[in-house]
Design a binder for this molecule. Structure first.
Ligand SMILES: [Zn+2]
Ligand SMILES: [Zn+2]
Length: 940
C-alpha cells in the first residue's frame, strides 16, 4: 500500500511541478492532521478540503498521521497536538498565549497551517483561503460565500503570523438564535464565541460558555412552600417574589452551588457568567444587609459561590456583569472573576468617542474607565439592536473607532455585541436582520480580529466581490451613506429606537438623489455583463441594496417635521375622500383643493381651482408638451413611485392642453385621461393615470410621493408648491379599504420625536397631517375628523392657533383630543365650565382601569380594556363634572374613583381630555384602537 502511494506521488509530482498546488482539477498535495487530534483539527481539514474543491475541482486527501512526508503536505496542528508543528515552533513563532495566534508558513516543501490552540489552527486555514485564494464569507446566508474558481495555482513562499485583537470575540445571535449557519460564518471570520449551539461550538473549538441565560442565582417559586427561609425577607416577611434568595442562608448557598455547577457541567463550560434573578427584590435580613454597599454585597457573594464551585470544577473560569444594583462600582475588591462585563448601551452610535460635541459618549466612557481602574472588563454591546425595525446602519467608522479605542485601553478582555438573525425561509431577504446589517456585521468581525484593519479597504474589497463591474457606484453609495451617518448632529443611543427621528438627520434629499443616480448607473453596468450567472448574482445584490435603501426613504418620508400622508381609498368617487388645500408657500391662502383615490388600474386625481387668485391669464396651448410655453393657469403634478426610478411629471391647462415627461424627458408620452370643466370663474381638472401606462403597478401598502401645483401668483400647491422634487411632497399609501376612515391633524408640541406609529395609522385607513410644534400649524388646513394636540405646557401654544384655527373645526364636527397635563382649559376655551383639576399622586399601584363607559367606546371596533391598561399616572377633577362624560376611571388609594379620560360635546364636535404620559398609550397597538374607538363614540 505504501509503495503504491509513493509511486503515485512521484508520477504526479513530476507532472505538476514543485510549487503547483493544483492544476486541471488535480493535485498532489494532501492534508495532514495529527493522529491524536480532536474534532477541531478534523473540521479544519474538512473545511480546507471542501473549499479547495470548490475553487479548483481537485480532491485533496485528508490523512490522519504523525508521519509527515518531506513534500506536498499541508500540515494542520498545534504545538500541543502535532509533533511536526512542535518541531518547527521557533520558525512558526507560536507560543502559549491567552490570545489566539495563527501561523501560515512554508517549511521546506510543505505548508504549515498552525495555531497555538485548535481553533487558531482552524483560523490559519481560513486566513490561508482568504489571503491566498481570495475566498470570502461575507454574510451568514449561504449566498454570502465567495469562492473564486481557479484552474491552476502556484503556492508562494509564505510566512504569516497573526494574533487576535482581543482574547474573546463574540457576536451573540438574537432573534432566530438557532440559525445553524451563524456558527460557521462567525468561525470563518475568526470570532471565537457565538451563541450556544453545542455541536458547532465544539467542532470549531469556540470558547465554551455556559448554556442558557445568566439570571441563574434564583429560585423556582415552587420551592417557597418547602423552603420559605431561602427566599428574600421583605418588610419583615419571606415572600415568594423574593426568589433572588437570602444570600446569607447557608442552605440557599448550598442549593445554588449545586444548581450552578450542574448548569456548567451540562454545558461542558470553560467560562460561566451568573447573576441574580431579573427582579430588583433583594433580601433585607440583617445578615444580608450588613454591608451597606449593595454592589459589594453581590460581588462578594458571587466570589463566595465561585470558591465553592471551584471545589468541584477547579478549571471553570467566571466573568461577572455590571447590572442592576451592582452596576455601581463596588467598594470591595472584585475577586475570582476574569473580567466584569460592562453594558455600553448608553454610548452614542453615531459619534466617535473623542467627538467633543457628543456628551453621551463622554459620560459613557467615563463610567467605563472607572470600571477599568477596578478590574479587567468585557463589553456588552447593543450596536446592531439600535433600530427597530432593523435597518441598514452604515456606522463602521464609529465601530472602528470604538474597537481601536478598546484595543488601546489594553485591559478589555472580551467584546460582545448582539446580532439579529432572521429565518431565511420565512423572511424576505431585505427584511432579514442579519442581511440588513451584513456589511457592518462583517466589518465588525474583521475589526475584532484585527483592530488595525483599514475599514475603507474592507469596504472596497466587499464592493469588488459583491457588485462586480458596479463596484465603483456601490462603493460611492456606501461611502456616502457612512459620511451622512457620521456627520449627523443628532445622537442615537440604547436599543430598539424607532428609526423615524434618525431618518430626519440621516437621509437628506441630496442623498436620495445621489443614491438613485448611483443605483441606476450600477444597474446599467450590470446589464452589460455577458455571463448570465454572474449578471444575475450582481443584479440581485444591487436590487437588494436598492430595497434596503428604500426602507430608509420610506421612513424619511414619514418622519418630516411637517408632513401629509394620505390613505388612498380604493374608490373612483371623489366625494367621500379627504380633500386637501392647495396653499401658497406661507400656507396663508388656499387656491383650491385636491382629492385622490385609486382603482386597480389607475390613480385618480381631482383638482378644484377656485377664483380670486392672480393667474397668468390665458387658457394656454393645446399642443402636447407645449403647455408651459403659454402664459396660462396650470395644474401640475409630480409623482415619485419611490422605487428608485425617475419621477413622473404631468400638467393640464384650462384649454385641456397637456404636458407629460419622465423627469425632463418629454419624449415620454403615455396614454392618460383628463377632463376640464369650466364655469365662468373656476375650473376643475379630473385626471386618470393608468398604472400600465406609467409602467408602475402599485400593491396595497406601497407608498408614492406626490406634489400638486397650481400656477397662481404666487404659486400654490399641495402640500405646498414644489418643483421637480416630489420626494419632498405628500405621501400616498395605497389602501385596500373602499373608503378611508378619517383624517387627522396631529400637532405635536411635546417633543421633537415623530411618533413611530404614524405609518400604522395609514394602514388603518387614516390620512393625516403631522405638524411639529403648535406654532407651525398652517392657517389653511384640510378638513379633518380629529385633531390631536399633545403638550406639556400651554404657554407654548399660541392662543390664536387654538381659538382661530382649531376650535372652528371642532365646532364644525371634529374631535379634539387634548393630551395634556394640568392645563388652563377654561382660559383657552374662554369658558369657566372647562375648569379642570389634575392630580398625579396617590393612585393605586399597580395602576389599573377601574371602569370603562358602556356603549361603542368600550368595544367598537376594539376592546378598550386592552388599549387603556395600564392607565396614566394621573386623574382629572373637573370643577363642573356634570358638563363632562367620564369615559374611563381609576382608583386612588383612599378608595375614591376619578376619570383619566373624559369628553364633552363642543358645537357639532367633541373635546376629549387625557394625560400624555402613559395614559395616552405610546405604542401603535394601543393608540390606533383608542382613536378609532373615540371616533366611533363621537358618531354615537
Ligand atoms: Zn437574607
Ligand atoms: Zn453622539
Amino acid at each position: 500500500m505504501k509503495k503504491i502511494i509513493t509511486l503515485f506521488l512521484l508520477v504526479t509530482f513530476s507532472a505538476l511541478g514543485g510549487n503547483t498546488f493544483f492544476d486541471k482539477k488535480s493535485t498532489n498535495w494532501s492534508i495532514y492532521i495529527p493522529e491524536s487530534s480532536g474534532q477541531v483539527a478534523q473540521y479544519a481539514a474538512e473545511e480546507l478540503r471542501d473549499t479547495l474543491k470548490k475553487i479548483s475541482g481537485a480532491d485533496f486527501k485528508i490523512v490522519k498521521t504523525n508521519q509527515i512526508p518531506d513534500s506536498n503536505a499541508i500540515v494542520i496542528g498545534t504545538l500541543k497536538n502535532s509533533k511536526a508543528v512542535a518541531a518547527n515552533a521557533t520558525k512558526l513563532k507560536l507560543a502559549a498565549s491567552k490570545f489566539d495566534q495563527l501561523a501560515i508558513y512554508s517549511v521546506g516543501k510543505n505548508l504549515y497551517l498552525a495555531g497555538n490552540r485548535p481553533r487558531a489552527a482552524l483560523y490559519a486555514v481560513y486566513r490561508f483561503l482568504q489571503s491566498q485564494l481570495g475566498v470570502r464569507w461575507f454574510w451568514v446566508d449561504s449566498d454570502g460565500e465567495f469562492t473564486p474558481k481557479k484552474s491552476k495555482w502556484e503556492l508562494p513562499q509564505l510566512a504569516i503570523n497573526e494574533t487576535g485583537g482581543f482574547r474573546e470575540r463574540d457576536m451573540t445571535p438574537v432573534g432566530y438564535q438557532s440559525y445553524v449557519a451563524m456558527g460557521p460564518w462567525a468561525s470563518r471570520n475568526m470570532l471565537n464565541c457565538y451563541g450556544k449551539r453545542l455541536a458547532i461550538r465544539d467542532k470549531t473549538g469556540a470558547i465554551k460558555q455556559h448554556i442558557g441565560h445568566g439570571h441563574q442565582v434564583a429560585l423556582s417559586r415552587k420551592l417557597f412552600a418547602k423552603h420559605p427561609e431561602w427566599f428574600s425577607l421583605v418588610n419583615g416577611k419571606r415572600i415568594p417574589e423574593g426568589y433572588a434568595g437570602c444570600w446569607s442562608n447557608p442552605e440557599f448557598t448550598k442549593y445554588m452551588v449545586e444548581k450552578l455547577t450542574a448548569i456548567a457541567k451540562k454545558s461542558d463550560a470553560e467560562i460561566a457568567c451568573y447573576f441574580p434573578a431579573d427582579t430588583m427584590i433583594r433580601c433585607e435580613c440583617a445578615k444580608c444587609t450588613k454591608n451597606p454597599d449593595a454592589s459589594s454585597r453581590w460581588f462578594q457573594y458571587y466570589a463566595k459561590l465561585i470558591r465553592k464551585i471551584h471545589k468541584k470544577m477547579p478549571d471553570l473560569r467566571f466573568s461577572g456583569i455590571a447590572y442592576m444594583e451592582y452596576r455601581d462600582i463596588p467598594t470591595s475588591p472584585i475577586e475570582e472573576l476574569d473580567y466584569v462585563k460592562y453594558c455600553q448601551s448608553d454610548r452614542c452610535y453615531i459619534h466617535k468617542f473623542n467627538d467633543p460635541n457628543c456628551k453621551l459618549n463622554k459620560k459613557s466612557l467615563k463610567e467605563l474607565q472607572k470600571w477599568m481602574k477596578k478590574t479587567p472588563v468585557g463589553i456588552y454591546g447593543y450596536h446592531f439592536d439600535l433600530l427597530r425595525p432593523r435597518m441598514y446602519i452604515p456606522f463602521w467608522n464609529m465601530l472602528a473607532d470604538e474597537i481601536k479605542t478598546y484595543k488601546k485601553f489594553g485591559n478589555i478582555i472580551y467584546i460582545k455585541t448582539e446580532f439579529t438573525l432572521s429565518h431565511p425561509g420565512s423572511t424576505k431577504r431585505e427584511d432579514r436582520g442579519h442581511m440588513l446589517m451584513r456589511l457592518p456585521g462583517y466589518i465588525y468581525a474583521q475589526m475584532l480580529w484585527n483592530p488595525d484593519a483599514d475599514v475603507d479597504a474592507i469596504l472596497k474589497d466587499w464592493c469588488k466581490y459583491v457588485y462586480g463591474p458596479a463596484k465603483g457606484e456601490l462603493l460611492a453609495y456606501h461611502r456616502a451613506m457612512a459620511a451622512s451617518w457620521d456627520s449627523q448632529k443628532a445622537h442615537a443611543s440604547y436599543y430598539d429606537v424607532p428609526p423615524n427621528g434618525i431618518a430626519k438627520s440621516f437621509i437628506s434629499d441630496k442623498l436620495i438623489t445621489l443614491a438613485d443616480k448611483l443605483f441606476k448607473k450600477a444597474t446599467a453596468k450590470i446589464a452589460k455583463v455577458t455571463d448570465e450567472k454572474k449578471r444575475k448574482r450582481y443584479l440581485k445584490e444591487i436590487e437588494f441594496e436598492k430595497n434596503v435603501f428604500n426602507k430608509w426613504r420610506k421612513v424619511r418620508q414619514l418622519s418630516k417635521a411637517e408632513q401629509v400622508a394620505i390613505c388612498l381609498s380604493k374608490n373612483t368617487s371623489f366625494k367621500n375622500v379627504p380633500t386637501f388645500p392647495l396653499v401658497n408657500k406661507a400656507k396663508t391662502k388656499s387656491s383650491g383643493t385636491v382629492a385622490m383615490s385609486w382603482t386597480k388600474d389607475a390613480l385618480h386625481i381631482q383638482v378644484n381651482c377656485l377664483p380670486g387668485f392672480k393667474t397668468r391669464g390665458g387658457v394656454g396651448s393645446t399642443e402636447r408638451d407645449k403647455t408651459f410655453g403659454g402664459k396660462s393657469d396650470l395644474v401640475e403634478i409630480f409623482i415619485n413611485p419611490n422605487d428608485g426610478s425617475e419621477y413622473l411629471h404631468f400638467a393640464v391647462n384650462p384649454a385641456g392642453g397637456i404636458y407629460d415627461a419622465k423627469a425632463w424627458d418629454v419624449s415620454w408620452n403615455p396614454n392618460w385621461k383628463r377632463s376640464v370643466v369650466k364655469t365662468a370663474t373656476e375650473w376643475r381638472v379630473t385626471i386618470e393615470l393608468p398604472f400600465k401606462e406609467l409602467g408602475k403597478i402599485p400593491k396595497v401598502g406601497d407608498q408614492w410621493s406626490i406634489v400638486v401645483n397650481r400656477y397662481t401668483s404666487p404659486f400654490s400647491g399641495f402640500p405646498s408648491p414644489m418643483f421637480h422634487n416630489p420626494s419632498g411632497g405628500a405621501l400616498i399609501q395605497f389602501s385596500n379599504k373602499n373608503l378611508p376612515k378619517h383624517s387627522l391633524l396631529w400637532i405635536n408640541n411635546l417633543n421633537k420625536r415623530v411618533p413611530s406609529f404614524l405609518s400604522k395609522l395609514l394602514v388603518n385607513g387614516w390620512s393625516y397631517l403631522y405638524c411639529e410644534g403648535a406654532k407651525n400649524v398652517p392657517i389653511q388646513l384640510p378638513k379633518v375628523n380629529m385633531i390631536i394636540l399633545t403638550a406639556t405646557r400651554w404657554n407654548d401654544i399660541p392662543k390664536a392657533v387654538f381659538t382661530q384655527r382649531l376650535l372652528p373645526m371642532v365646532k364644525n364636527g371634529a374631535v379634539l383630543l387634548l393630551e395634556i397635563n394640568g392645563a388652563p382649559l377654561a382660559k383657552y376655551f374662554n369658558d369657566e365650565s372647562f375648569k379642570m383639576g389634575f392630580q398625579e399622586r396617590n393612585i393605586v399601584s399597580p395602576r389599573k382601569v377601574h371602569w370603562i363607559t358602556s356603549g361603542k367606546f368600550a368595544n367598537t371596533p376594539n376592546d378598550m380594556s386592552k388599549a387603556l391598561n395600564p392607565p396614566p399616572p394621573a386623574i382629572y377633577i373637573p370643577k363642573y363634572p356634570k358638563k363632562w362624560k367620564n369615559l374611563a376611571t381609576q382608583k386612588l388609594k383612599d378608595g375614591s374613583i376619578h376619570p383619566f379620560l373624559l369628553a364633552r360635546p363642543y358645537g357639532k364636535g367633541l373635546v376629549v381630555v387625557t394625560k400624555y404620559n402613559g395614559g395616552w398609550p405610546r405604542t401603535a397597538s394601543k393608540v390606533v384602537p383608542l382613536i378609532n374607538n373615540i371616533m366611533e363614540y363621537s358618531c354615537e
